[in-house]
Design a binder for this molecule. Sequence first.
Ligand code: UTP
Length: 290
Amino acid sequence: MRVRKAVLPAAGFGTRFLPASKAIPKEMMPLVDRPIIQYAVEEAVSAGIEQIIIVIASGRSAIEDHFDSDPGLERWLEERGDIELLRAVRRISEIGTIAFVHQKEQLGLGHAVLMAKELVGDEPFAVLLSDDVIVNPGGRPVTGQLIETYQAHRGSVIALQRVDRRDVSRYGVVAPRHEEGPLVEIGDLVEKPAVEDAPSDLAVLGRYVLSPKIFDVLESTPRGAGGEIQLTDAIRDLSHEQPVFGYQFSGVRHDAGTRIGWLQANIAMALESDDADELRAFVRGLDLRD
Ligand code: UTP
């Protein structure tokens, strides 16, 4: 079955980004020239996704507003003859079919995904956590890599990358049963393990292709780490019923959900943009001694 839909949860409190994320979701923080979430939407579309479902917190409309058309602004840019900016602004509302669902209470990532159950229906779907910004210049976007793996192996797929052992407790971590190239057969999964209990250094990063069976599992998943309904816990239970694979994707990932990760992502991505020369000159002029 084709993977046509993608769910982008964006209803979290973003506490690691407070106070910047008090009135706007962290997914609306800018990365170079566009909000973080726009990169994930573009990635999904370039992987062949036809419908995007964004989960937003009730009462927060910034993300919806961003992807809506803005006739007043477009007219003004047109009158000024600013065609390049006009195209950039129009492109946002024409990017694809986007639906919004509300998460009324922040009960965790698993709960946020469950909010999309009706809109996804009975078909496999992708999940993208937009604060994991993953770039693969010149290569296939990571969501595309996972969809290909899903189609080749007929099972749910989660994106994996090795992380420094000392950092494992920030992630979901897998116990691999068998590894073959980038493909990992999953023996077990644990959310935010203590460093000494972590079954490996293979961390789950924010991209998934999931069977719709995950919704049934999520409905009975109790609160886990941090008192939240964890997607990782539901995927572990799913793996007892259906095949679930890990895929060590190609690409560079930035954790734009933290201050330092967001700063690093901005610098790395600006160095690939039209601003690169000016930024390089600026950084060269800084006193970088300790
Ligand atoms: P995070 O673990 O980054 O949580 O969520 P958070 O609340 O956004 O940020 P911190 O940890 O408080 O700093 C991972 C993804 O799941 C979404 C977030 O928006 C983010 O994209 N999420 C999380 C929800 O949509 N709803 C939730 O209840 C929790």
